[in-house]
Every structure is written in C-alpha cells, then in structure tokens.
Write a protein that binds this ligand. Structure first.
Ligand code: PLP
Length: 291
C-alpha cells in the first residue's frame, strides 16, 4: 500500500514529499499537528481531531485558508487513494513560510500536510505484559507559557527529552509531572490510575494534552458503569494504585505495570485495564468515518 502525502494541494509518495526549509514550523516549531488512526478503513474520531486542530489554529492566529469541512473531505480522499486499511494519519498545519519570528514579516499562508502512513508505537508484547514507566526529571511546559490544549509542534522538544531519558533508564515511557509535582501525562499519552475500582485521571488543568483517546476512554468507562474522576494526582497515588494504564491515538490503551521499578498493584495488567482495552478495541474498526 502506498504511503501518500498531500502537501498544499498536491498528492505524492511519502519518499518524495518535501517542504520549504523556511517553513515556520521547521524554523521555530510554529505549527500544529494531529495524529489520527485508521481502523478497518474507518477514520477513528476524525471530527474530534479536526475540532482540536481548528481550536489551535484560532488560538495561534494562523491565517487558515482551508475550511474544516474541505480539509475533512481532502483527508478522506487521500485515505481512499492510499488504501491503507489500518494506518496512521499525520495532519500538520504550520503558520507559513519565512525567516524571522514576527508573523508580520512572513508569508502567512499555512503549509498543510496530510500523511497517510502506518505506526506501531510500542511492541505488541507491551500490550500483553504492560509498560514500565519512570518519572521524568523534565516537567511539562506550564499552561501559562503554552496552553497544553495546543498540540503545538514546538512543545514536543521537552517530551522528546523525557522520552530519551526513559529510554536511557530502559523504561517504556516517561511520566511527566507539572510544576506543582502533580502527575500530568506521559510523553505521548495520558495516564489513568485505578484504586478500589475507581478510575482516576489528571484533571485537564494539570498541564495535559486533553487527549481524544482520554475522552473516549472516560466515555467508555462511564458507559460500562465505572466511576471516573478527573482530579489531582501525585506519584504517591500511582504507588498506591491497584492498576494503571496509558491512552493515546498512537498508544491506544496500554497497561502500565510499574513506576520507577516499583510494581503498581500486582505488577501485571489488571482486570479493569483489560476490560477497558477490550471495550475500546470492540469500538475501533466498527465506528469511524469511511473513505
Ligand atoms: C503529550 C501527549 N499527551 C497525550 C496524548 C494523547 O492524545 P490523543 O489521545 O488525542 O492522541 C498525546 C498524543 O499525541 C500527546 O502527544
């Protein structure tokens, strides 16, 4: 199946797609992105991702020249050309092109890219055995510097530093705290802790990206009759938890079995985690937008 890129109106193979070196995201990280999954030729949570993207565009003041409905149609069209039935879409919108920080001095026609590809974030084994996680020394960027609801390309330098730190420790993920020492999120995923059957996840004000998968899992868990709390958590709560798991578009729902080498609960994926993983999987490939 061809991995295709739609770049500013042209479709081309991934291998030959190039963009300007003066692109503002290339120069300054001044762009937004979304990662979106395709399951069974259905685009999963497409409108939720587009809504987050267009909110970011408004907040950053990009001069976006493509209406949301048109971008949606184009994305579905590129998916149908690529014919990847289970894949990963990377959607990027940058401020424009030109040297210099000042948006007044550049061509503010956004560069828009849709890449249809595949992605396996963690090995299959990690979904069965669970991930070990270490607490990162890198804190999330504070919300008064850059609102975490912006899925802004530039903010990911700190997440990459945290991921590299976790790699050096031989862990599957790095847990990032906020400036208050509260649990925020992992480098590319949101976190959930389960204690006595109650599911808890950091409140949106803790410096997290408000993940589309996080929202989906909260909804699935409530539908299944679980109590879900969006609250304030510390690493103490993680060590005291019976189970934990992480969520993300790329990660999906994955068990977390230890923090800083200390087991969480029994140190194996727990029953609530397994139940939610199964409920999540049952929806993917069945719900979604066809192309
Ligand atoms: C820092 C961070 N947190 C959480 C998530 C999960 O968000 P979503 O479920 O929307 O993919 C991501 C996904 O890329 C992320 O980068």
């Amino acid at each position: 199946m061809p991995k295709l890129v739609w770049l500013n109106g042209q479709v081309m193979p991934l291998e030959t797609a190039t963009t300007s070196v003066a692109d503002h995201a290339h120069l300054y990280g001044d762009g937004l992105f979304e990662g979106i999954r395709i399951y069974n030729s259905l685009v999963w949570k497409l409108d939720e991702h587009l809504e987050r993207l267009y909110h970011g565009i408004r907040l950053l003041g990009f001069h976006m020249h493509i209406e949301c409905a048109e971008l949606r149609k184009t994305l579905l069209d590129v998916c149908s050309q690529a014919q990847i039935s289970d894949g990963y879409i990377r959607l990027n919108v940058t401020r424009g092109t030109g040297l210099g920080l000042d948006p007044k001095g550049i061509d503010t026609t956004p560069n828009v890219m849709i890449m249809v590809s595949t992605l396996a974030l963690y090995p299959q084994e990690a979904y069965e055995m669970g991930l070990s996680v270490v607490t990162s020394s890198i804190r999330v960027i504070s919300a008064d510097a850059l609102d975490p609801r912006l899925k802004c390309i530039g903010r990911y330098a700190s997440n990459i530093l945290a991921k590299a730190e976790a790699n050096r420790a031989g862990a599957g993920e790095g847990l990032m705290l906020n400036a208050l020492g509260q649990i925020a999120e992992c480098t590319g995923d949101n976190i959930f802790l389960i204690s006595k059957g109650i599911i808890r996840t950091p409140h949106a004000s803790c410096g997290i990206l408000k993940g589309v998968t996080r929202d989906t899992v909260i909804e699935i868990a409530k539908e299944a009759g679980y109590t879900v709390e969006e609250t304030f958590l510390s690493t103490f709560d993680a060590f005291a938890a019976d189970e934990a798991f992480l969520t993300g578009t790329a990660a999906e729902v994955i068990p977390m079995i230890s923090l800083d080498t200390k087991p969480i609960g029994a140190g194996t994926p727990g029953p609530v985690t397994r139940d939610l993983m199964a409920r999540f999987r049952a929806k993917t490939g069945v719900e979604g937008v066809p192309f």
